[in-house]
Design a protein around this ligand. Structure first.
Ligand code: 5GP
Length: 190
């Protein structure tokens, strides 16, 4: 998506050769109008998809999931939690996800109340890097007996391999911008 690449070039910041900071519109301050256009683009790319729910993971996935939902007719947005809050007294599905940015492993959880057998799920996230978060979400979906209809990422860092692994595994994946490389502080797109 051309407008997204331009926005990343304008506002994005490369941290070393692995991490991209886009706090200006996605990860800290949210540009609601622009994010809505990203949601519209997901709808265009998944035009034929019939979905029952959008699944994401806290915290940064929530914004893009909520901005995309209206374009799909307002399905519920479910976000997996990264810690087990005291209020999570229901039974839950859980899957492990390693965070390379934070160097931690967490179990992401969704209450069994919110994912059901036969649900067609669109998985969305802000970034796709090594594919840990997205893979863990596919595991939650399969534990529920639901179906992954598609996976969408706003920004895929192609060089970290997660996207290709998910495509090889047969998932339908759409990334709105794919970064090929970060070199000397410059972000290069595929
Ligand atoms: P993965 O699980 O695919 O390795 O990484 C994706 C998750 O880590 C996303 O949920 C995202 O929040 C975070 N992440 C990975 N790489 C980056 C990055 O370069 N910048 C930001 N802001 N978050 C990232």
């Amino acid at each position: 998506m051309k407008a997204l690449k331009e926005r990343i070039k304008k506002d994005g910041e490369a941290i070393g050769t692995e991490v991209v900071k886009v706090d200006g519109f996605l990860n800290h301050q949210i540009d609601v109008q622009f994010m809505s256009q990203l949601g519209k683009e997901f709808r265009r790319r998944f035009a034929d998809l019939k979905i029952d729910k959008i699944l994401t993971v806290e915290a940064s996935g929530i914004a893009i999931a909520c901005m995309t939902a209206p374009w799909f007719g307002y399905p519920p947005v479910v976000f997996a939690k990264k810690t087990k809050p005291n209020t999570m007294t229901d039974e839950f599905y859980g899957a492990e996800a390693r965070s390379f940015t934070k160097g931690t492993v967490s179990i992401i959880r969704v209450s069994k109340k919110y994912l059901h057998q036969g649900d067609r799920i669109l998985i969305l996230d802000d970034f796709l890097a090594h594919g840990e978060a997205a893979t863990a979400m596919t595991q939650l979906v399969s534990q529920a007996g639901a179906e992954v209809a598609g996976i969408g990422a706003v920004i895929e860092k192609g060089f970290q391999g997660g996207g290709d692994r998910l495509r090889k595994a047969g998932f339908r994946l759409e990334s709105l911008a794919i970064i090929e490389k970060i070199e000397k502080g410059k972000i290069r797109f595929v």
